[in-house]
Design a binder for this molecule. Structure first.
Ligand code: UT7
Length: 330
């Protein structure tokens, strides 16, 4: 009888740009203040990629090189690279291809996945399916965004929220029942009106007019997204517990998308979890879009134990949202 294959995270790494943009820096740029930002979002500072000539692929390449070196893995042994991002280096080719070139992963194929803040979650499930198929042994799932490349730093509604960063995980087959157990993923394209980038796609290619109208930046109606996020993220996180007969005391960690501390708290409360079981690093990095979930896992890696039940949850542009239940494998 063949053994059941599950897909387990076997390594994590990250890259965070060294430059820090604090709430006090933002006070000098737009009409805002540290107290408002902290109390409404939980954010204190965020990282901004300023290295000349560096794009999303460079942050990802740094994170992956570090992961491969740490685990003594040959870049040629990587089968697939899934790059979740809304800030690709270029419209085409895919950032995954560029990363593959920069790291020397010459035997890997890959693609970009556009699901905004849920990109890493969607990528993790896609990568898991490839591993579970039995055909692939080493799949990298990258969550990376250089949000500063699409943020208008004169718009206080958006510039206070976002930051740059990258996290990456390695997925490998597991035969002992660890790894990704279940997932609920959702999309609702009607939510696009509240959160999008107006120009630069085939609907509205770049022109003098789109630049003058600042249409290459993130457009967000904060309150509408906030309401949908509170409901969406809490609902799926609760649903995944229920359908797997998991009680709140069975959960070691909730790993929520880091968009707003108030959204995180609402999800935690719905799941009946105490604060100490929730990974939070929004105060230091802000919202790094596809980067938030792997950056949380990276920051908390030393506290994770084999067998821990972990719930990942996200909500973001699209709308896209979902949750994944996994059993930590090391
Ligand atoms: O990850 C992708 C998904 N995105 C999200 O999940 C984001 C969801 N939305 C949010 O996190 C929140 O809606 C924001 C943080 C974006 C905004 O917080 P809010 O509590 O919803 O504020 P608001 O937009 O309702 O604005 C409240 C007040 C307004 O002033 P008035 O009309 O009451 O006088 C705003 O003009 O706060 C004002 N305001 C600000 N004041 C100081 C808005 N932005 C700022 C600011 N600094 N940066």
């Amino acid at each position: 009888m063949s053994q059941k294959i599950t897909a387990a995270i076997t390594a994590i790494d990250a890259y965070l740009p060294p430059d820090i943009l604090t709430n006090f820096d933002l006070e000098k740029m737009v009409d805002t203040n540290d107290e408002w930002i902290r109390s409404r979002t939980g954010i204190i500072e965020r990282r901004i990629l300023k290295t000349p000539g560096w794009a999303s692929s460079d942050m990802a390449a740094e994170a992956i090189k570090s992961l491969l070196e740490k685990k003594n893995i040959d870049p040629l042994s990587i089968d697939v690279i899934i790059c979740a991002t809304v800030t690709p280096d270029m419209v085409f080719p895919a950032t995954a291809n560029i990363i593959g070139d920069k790291v020397g992963m010459k035997n890997a194929w890959g693609f970009d996945l556009s699901a905004a803040c849920s990109g890493f979650l969607f990528g993790l499930q896609t990568g898991a399916a490839l591993i579970e198929s039995g055909k692939y042994k080493k799949v990298l799932v990258v969550g990376v965004d250089k949000m500063s490349s699409i943020i208008d730093y004169t718009d206080r509604n958006t510039c206070i929220i976002f930051g740059d960063g990258c996290g990456v995980v390695l997925l490998e087959p597991n035969f002992d029942g660890y790894g990704i157990m279940d997932c609920i993923l959702k999309s609702d394209g009607s939510g696009r009106k509240h959160l999008h980038q107006k120009a630069g796609g085939s609907l509205k290619p770049a022109s003098h007019e789109t630049i003058t109208n600042k249409e290459h930046f993130v457009y967000q109606e904060g309150q509408a997204v906030f309401k949908a996020a509170v409901k969406g993220m809490a609902d799926v996180s609760y649903e995944i517990l229920e359908r797997n007969n998991l009680k709140s005391e069975d959960i070691a960690w909730l790993v929520p998308h880091q968009a707003n501390l108030r959204i995180i708290d609402a999800t935690r409360e719905r799941m009946g979890l105490p604060e100490e079981k929730v990974m939070v690093n929004i105060q230091r990095y802000g919202n790094t879009t596809a980067g938030t979930l792997p950056l949380c896992l990276y920051d908390y890696e030393s506290q994770l134990k084999k067998g821990d039940n972990i719930i990942l949850a996200s909500f973001g542009g699209g709308y896209t949202w979902g949750s994944i239940w996994l059993k930590w494998a090391y």
